[in-house]
Each structure stands twice: as C-alpha cells, then as structure tokens.
Design a protein around this ligand. Structure first.
Ligand SMILES: *Cc1c(COP(=O)(O)O)cnc(C)c1O
Length: 371
C-alpha cells in the first residue's frame, strides 16, 4: 500500500500539470473594495459581500454586542442548547424579506442544500436539476439517493421533456435550479420552471445565494445565504410553515451541527435591517456590473457577476496574474467549479466599487483582446 503522503503527492502533481491546484492567499479585507495581499493593495473583484455590509458600522457593532452578551460560540446544535435569542428575530425578518410564511437558518448555504434535498426526496423520487447548479445542490442530490437527472442550462423545454419521460415512474419530484448562476451571472427562468413544475405535480427549489432582491415567483423551497448580500455567514430556507417544521426535525445538517455563533446571527440580523430600511441599496451592484459590460460592449449584466471565458486553465491563470500586476484581484475559475474548457475570469461587483476603477479595469481587458 502507498503511504498517504505518496497518494497526496501524486494527486497534487496531477493537479499541477492541469493547472488546477488551488492555493490560499493571505488577504486582508477592510472597508471598501481595496484588499491587502502580500504587501500589495489591490482592488478586489472577487468578493460576494455585495453591499459591503460585512464592514458596516452598525453590523459590526451588533456582532460585537452579541458576542459580549451571549458568548463566542453557540454551545451545541440549535435543537439541543443553541437557539440563542438573535435567531428568532432573524428568521422572522428573513421570512418577511423573502415573502414566505417561515424561514430556518442553517450553518451555511452549503449545509442548507446538503441537508434540505435529502429531507425532501429519497430513493423512490426524482430530481431534475439545471446542468449548472451549485456544487452543494449536486452533493445534496447525491446524498438523497433519488434518481438524479440534469436538464440543459436554463432550457425549460428540456426540463419539460424530461418530466414527461421520467415523472410517472417516481413518487415525488423536485426541480432544482440556482436563481442567479454563480459562475455565469445569468438568471433562471423561474416563472417558466414553476409552470413546468406545476404541470407535472413537481416541487420547485431555487437557490438564491446571489439574488440581491426577492423573487416575484412563488418558490416552494427557497434557499439563501447570509454570507453574500448580508455579509455575515450562514444559510437559510424560506417556505411554508410546515416545510420549515419538517426540516427542523429531519434535515441532518441542521440537527447534527452546532448553531452559528451569536455574533454571526446578530450581524446577519443587523445587515438585513439595513437592507430592509434602504430599498435602493441592493440595486447598486448591478449598476456597477452594467457599467463594466457596457464599457466592454458585452450584453448588459443581469446580475453582479460577469464571466470572461478564456477556456484554458493556463490562459486564465496568466490573465489573473497579469491583472494583479495592474492592481486588480480577479479570480481564475477552473474545473471542476466550471465545465471542462470553460475556465474563466469571474468579476464580482459590489456597491463599494468606484466607477473609475471599473473603467480602468474594462479598458485594460479590452487592450488585452480577451473579449
Ligand atoms: C455561495 C453559494 C452557496 C454556498 O453558500 P455558503 O453560505 O457560502 O455555504 C450555495 N449556493 C450558491 C448558488 C452559492 O453561490
């Protein structure tokens, strides 16, 4: 038998040869879009803190107050000991925000999806998922043991065809999609998917991790995160009261994992208050993204995520490194995060970006001929 280090070294060599090894970069974030990395200051286009709320004074104060009042950790699973007071207030507000009867906070968006899908469907059931859904939805689908089919990206016709073909062979069925696709920045046709689901006696689950504003389409199972628009950490589901009650007793990632630290819940709660009190705040990131796409002659952004696809891992890493020499931090996204041959630069826009920085970035990209 090879040693564990032999196995690790072989895997790492293979990843290096494919330009797929990943590395942690020590990074200091602060107020605004500037980050500190290895003695350099960079303007970051890599951060999902869309509204800068992780750095908002009221939000930081709420986190600090909660830590001092309730302690640094939750102590145990929420069901066992950890349902500290800020949870109730946050869940009530989340339900209102997402126009649902009820909401339930999980440890993270990842934990929410891997816990919720297996709580909804099992081996006699069918899952139809968009080809580009987030990895944690795929993991949830696999854990569920349900028959797992994919439909072509944002292709409702393909989804309908598969429902016609497979639905009758299964007890319950669930369509799964991202609301905004995290690596492509496009939006799912939620109204059409909802109609297809209803026509085939199927539930619709949507992951709105990157959605800045609530969807107008009623979603049976809506999943969100506290880590992006709200700048904190954690995940949540919004839906009917009975759905939430069932998940509270059956979602394994909820039951068997410690509650979030009180400071984190209080931060999300304070951030959500800021969002609810300032309805125009959430429009800023998309305006910034549109400035970028307009300057580059791309089709107008529909979400604050814009990919520039360079195909190869090597070209994408080189482009990201070159951008860094110009003072920009931009992530090189490679498989398995995106499909083979579609490595890309992924630009994330927040309310914190300055127009002049976006223009300088777009003009540099144009000069390189990457578009
Ligand atoms: C970020 C993300 C998640 C995971 O959320 P975390 O709270 O970071 O675990 C889930 N789904 C999508 C679409 C995401 O972009």
């Amino acid at each position: 038998m090879p040693t564990l280090n032999d196995v690790a070294s072989k895997k790492l060599t293979a990843l290096q040869q494919e330009n797929r090894q990943r590395r942690l970069r020590d990074t200091v974030r602060g107020v605004g879009s500037v980050i500190g990395r290895e003695d350099k200051q960079l303007i970051s286009f890599t951060c999902n803190d869309y509204l800068g709320l992780s750095q908002h004074a009221t939000v930081k104060q709420a986190a600090s107050d909660a830590a001092l009042r309730y302690g640094a950790g939750a102590g145990a699973s929420r069901l066992v000991t950890g349902n500290h007071p800020p949870y109730r207030e946050l869940e009530t507000k989340l339900a209102t925000w997402k126009r649902a009867e009820s909401a339930l906070v999980f440890g993270s968006g990842y934990l929410a999806n891997t816990g919720i899908v297996p709580a909804l469907v099992g081996k006699d059931d069918l899952i139809l998922a968009d080809k580009l859904v987030h990895a944690c939805l795929i993991d949830g689908a696999r854990l569920s043991g349900a028959t797992f089919q994919r439909f072509r990206h944002n292709d409702v016709e393909d989804c309908r065809k598969q429902l016609e073909k497979h639905r009758a062979d299964h007890r319950n069925a669930l369509i799964i999609t991202d609301e905004i696709f995290s690596m492509d920045g496009d939006a799912a046709p939620l109204a059409e998917l909802k109609a297809a689901a209803e026509a085939h006696d199927t539930w619709l689950m949507a992951d709105g991790a990157h959605a800045l504003t609530p969807s107008s389409v009623p979603i049976d199972v809506y999943v969100g995160t506290l880590s992006k628009t709200l700048g904190a950490y954690g995940g949540f589901v919004a839906g009917s009261k009975l759905l939430v009650e069932m998940l509270t007793s059956t979602a394994r990632s909820f039951i068997f994992s410690t509650g979030l630290p009180p400071a984190t819940v209080a931060a999300a709660n304070a951030a959500l208050s800021v969002v609810l009190e300032n309805p125009t705040l959430a429009t800023a990131p998309l305006i910034k993204a549109k400035l970028f796409t307009e300057r580059l002659g791309l089709k107008p952004a529909v979400a604050p995520i814009v990919p520039v696809i360079l195909k190869s891992e090597e070209a994408t890493l080189a482009a990201s490194a070159l951008l860094e020499t110009q003072g920009f931090a931009v992530a090189a996204i490679r498989p398995p995060t995106v499909p083979e041959g579609s490595s890309r630069l992924r630009f994330t826009f927040t309310s914190e970006h300055k127009d002049k920085d976006i223009i300088r970035l777009a003009d540099f990209i144009k000069e390189q001929g990457w578009i």
